[in-house]
Ligand binder design. Structure first.
Ligand code: ATR
Length: 263
């Protein structure tokens, strides 16, 4: 890759920064596609985000940002416009800079999850679904599943009040889809773990697969380990499982499209 005076700039903002994967993931693809653009890591502390945005608005050869922890919510508040999923989740993972300097934010956690399900042969539309979790990732997935037209959505979470708040927000946006806060997945055919339970080998399972109907699909958004205790237990019961990596794989494609990278 040769950087010239015509090279367009993209950044990824994070704090800490050293673990981010966007530069190593996207720069070879840009080079292979013959696109004169580069993705660089931008290490910025939360308190400096407004100053960074002021600078980026003025930077005419800058086209957009990938946004990751801990900036997703604060960056959304600094955008001039937000796409639907970003507005509903109040968070962004990509921002496109328009020619006039306007910053448009978008969130693809939920859309990436749904695209990953579909690519794995699972159509959420019309399925009774149950989601465990009410944190950032869970909120994005809840909105995307509801938007995709699940038949109903059960929500459970350690802190029940957060699940109730999420249910109220879903109800306000999609009044036609029944949402219930419950620990019982009932006859749900799509079960999603969006908690951090499963990251550690000795974590309890977010829900017991023995309670699920035989036609249930069990999805986990945890990527490491690739197969959580929940997924292993579900597979042992003969249930179809859906791994965490699908969400990230499909999100990467959606992010690149949004940022105008034809790769
Ligand atoms: P993320 O943005 O990755 O979703 P988060 O917002 O911190 O991260 O949310 C983590 C989710 O995992 C939450 O649903 C959290 O439950 P609380 O809302 O009660 O905090 C859930 N979670 C984390 N540790 C948990 C544990 N030990 N038992 C049950 N749920 C847990």
């Amino acid at each position: 890759m040769t950087i010239s005076g015509k090279t367009r700039l993209y950044g990824i903002i994070a704090d800490p920064i050293s673990h981010v994967r966007a530069p190593t993931l996207f720069n070879p693809k840009l080079a292979a596609a013959g696109i004169d653009a580069v993705v660089v890591p931008l290490h910025v502390a939360p308190a400096d985000l407004p100053a960074l945005f002021a600078g980026l608005r003025a930077l005419r050869n800058f086209d957009g940002l990938f946004v990751t922890v801990p900036h997703k919510t604060a960056a959304a508040a600094l955008c001039d416009a937000l796409d639907d999923e970003a507005r509903m989740t109040r968070a962004v993972n990509a921002i496109r800079r328009g020619a006039d300097g306007a910053m448009r934010g978008a969130m693809f956690d939920g859309a990436g999850f749904v695209a990953g399900l579909r690519a794995d042969g699972i159509e959420p539309s019309g399925l009774p679904a149950h989601l465990v979790g009410a944190g950032g990732a869970a909120v994005a997935i809840a909105f995307a599943l509801t938007r995709a037209g699940v038949a109903r959505l059960g929500l459970s979470n350690r802190s029940r009040a957060k699940a109730e708040e999420l249910a109220a927000r879903l109800w306000a946006s999609f009044p036609g889809i029944p949402v219930e806060v419950t620990d019982d997945p009932g006859d749900a055919r799509l079960i999603v773990n969006a908690t951090s339970l499963g990251l550690r080998a000795d974590d309890p399972m977010p829900l017991d697969p023995a309670r699920l109907v035989p036609s249930a699909v069990v999805a986990d958004i945890i990527m490491d380990p690739a197969e959580t205790r929940l997924l292993r237990a579900a597979a042992a019961r003969g249930l179809k499982i859906h791994h965490g990596r699908h969400m990230l794989d499909h999100q990467a494609r959606l992010l690149a499209e949004f940022l105008g990278m034809a790769i």
